[in-house]
Design a protein around this ligand. Structure first.
Ligand code: ZN
Length: 331
């Protein structure tokens, strides 16, 4: 019997809470998927080999769900929540995975477990790549991806190439300073855009105002975390506190995008992530209006598209599938 053609790839999205795997055909269609928690219980230390084992099983389950065998899989592309040497598959660190501070050889370790080539890249880079190839950024050679959730991540595609930087650390736009001496960022520095405009920052600012006695329609869960859906509900109820804090974050993000556009003059800025998905087009429109107001060159500025991401949770697995199909850092 002839050897089956290995014409499928698998994209993996490794996050702090869950692992997603999707089998993708040559047209970019997802034909099978699987999902599991990154760790079986929050109490367990995220020992990298344990996570690698769980990724491998998730990949095998996705392949089984597609009614295929691993012999049909050409390669696996995997994301990691941190900087990655794409040439070797080494993850330098992963802030959401506490046991990974000394790095891990994720690519070779997965390849050993799955017996196929494995390529690894940063998750937001792959989310941007997914949107560029299959989502809202299709057709643009110069594109910036901005993903707003607990933090703010970014990816840069310039001249059709994902830009990773010579230390594999490019695109960390959440950690660009927009307010000297401003609020403390998760990275330990102050005034980064992530510390002002992320869902985490909005949640924190709302919590501070509520603690100071400001009236609000917001429902705050125990632990003080305010989810994106809760922010949307309070906006729908025209809650003045939420409106004010959100306006500040929209303005900061808009001005920040204008700075990026003034630097790189891209054709498209794609806005994705949990907060953007939850708040939708009204949020994207508000951010875009603030951005356009601060463009240096106003001519043809509406040709710089500022759009909502189109792939949701599939952006990273699809971007990872593009990487798997190309099997190299430069695309
Ligand atoms: Zn920071």
């Amino acid at each position: 019997m002839a050897k089956p053609k290995a014409d499928y790839v698998v994209g993996v999205d490794l996050g702090g809470t869950k692992i997603l795997a999707a089998v993708v055909d040559t047209q970019g269609n997802i034909v099978g998927r699987s999902k599991r928690k990154t760790l079986p219980s929050a109490a367990i230390n995220p020992d990298p080999p344990l996570v690698a084992d769980r990724i491998a099983v998730t990949v095998q389950e996705a392949v089984a769900a597609a009614k295929l065998s691993m012999a049909r899989v050409k390669a696996v592309g995997a994301s990691a929540p941190g900087p990655v040497n794409v040439d070797t598959g080494w993850v330098y660190k992963a802030a959401n995975l506490p046991g990974w501070h000394n790095g891990y050889d994720l690519g070779p370790e997965l390849s050993k477990r799955l017996q196929v080539p494995v390529v690894v890249d940063n998750d937001v880079n792959l989310g941007t790549l997914g949107e560029a190839v299959y989502g809202a950024g299709q057709g643009y050679a110069d594109l910036i991806g901005i993903f707003v959730g607990t933090g703010i991540g970014g990816g840069l595609i310039l001249g059709g190439t994902l830009r990773r930087g010579f230390r594999w650390a490019a695109g960390e736009i959440g950690h660009m300073t927009v307010a000297k001496g401003g609020p403390l960022c998760g990275c330990g520095e102050r005034g980064h855009v992530e510390a002002i405009a992320s869902r985490g920052a909005i949640s924190r600012r709302l919590g501070e105002a509520i603690a100071a006695g400001e009236p609000t329609a917001l429902m705050v869960k125990e632990g003080g975390v305010i989810a994106s859906g809760e922010i949307r509900k309070a906006l729908d109820a025209s809650d003045p506190l939420t409106q004010r804090v959100l306006l500040e974050s929209e303005e900061t993000l808009g001005i920040f995008i204008a700075s990026l556009v003034n630097l790189l003059d891209p054709q498209c800025v794609v806005l994705g992530g949990g907060l953007v998905e939850s708040l939708g087009q009204p949020y994207v429109t508000a951010v875009a209006e603030h951005a356009y107001a601060h463009f240096f060159l106003k001519d043809d500025m509406d040709k710089v598209k500022i759009v909502q991401a189109g792939l949701g949770d599939n952006a990273t697995v699809l971007g990872a599938s593009v990487l798997a199909r190309n099997l190299k850092a430069n695309i």
